[in-house]
Write a protein that binds this ligand. Sequence first.
Ligand SMILES: [Zn+2]
Length: 285
Amino acid sequence: MQECLLCKCQIPDEDSLCSCGFNFLSNEVEGQIQINEKLHWVKKLEIEKRLFELYKNHQSMTWIAREKLGKSKATLSLDMNLISSFQKYPKLANFRTKAEAQRFLRQWEFSAQKPSEIKEYFSKELELRDFLAKNWVNTDLGREWRLIAEEFDTKEVGRIDLLTQNRETDQWMIVELKLTKASDQVIGQVLRYMGWIKANKSSKQEVVGIIICNEIDQDLSYALPMTKNVNLYTYNYDGSTISLIKFDRQNYNVKKVTRLYEQMTEEDKLKFIERWRNILSVKRS
Ligand SMILES: [Zn+2]
């Protein structure tokens, strides 16, 4: 018996052609490769990977692979991307379908988005502000807080990015946006606006403030838990939708989070990253 180089089937020594199409004599695949449809998607990708390797020194390797697999260029490049990601994210193999794994991979790659990538979407802070204002009602915050004004001019202490009021209690909330990284200076700015609203909008209730940014500065991670009515959200943007992640004020220390992360298994790290990526990115940069 001999083992097929591509599908790993055992075939008798006297046969020169495997049912998958691999020819032992020419070391080539005859026509299109026949892959058992019932195989697990990971196994199918492994065959695909071996096919790439078989033709890797060939000049028109990609074209041959497309022919042999009967796949479009786009599908093939998605497959290759997935194959090359297995080593980095072994958890991918646990997904039930290839589509799920690809979705997860996109999400992961997206959550590791760098500020420079965010700048491709929003070149200026006002673009982020406009986008968020237009889509405000679709965010979790927007369901609770009514948008009153965009770029509200206090004419005294500066302009408030977004001014909102609680839909039920009419409590005021000011929103300060930072396109990329926010430092602890933003706290002073937010407190100044909150104080101005409290003094000028005759509010009996406490005024609250939030900071929405893409990355957190280490200084801010120390200063924020010491404030009372200021919260922080980080945003993700994938080119069409924006998602906001609220940070836990009490467990909000760069060193602590980084230490926790370093002790985790690769699998746990993946789960952890979505929540803490902004803090972890402080360490990375
Ligand atoms: Zn075979």
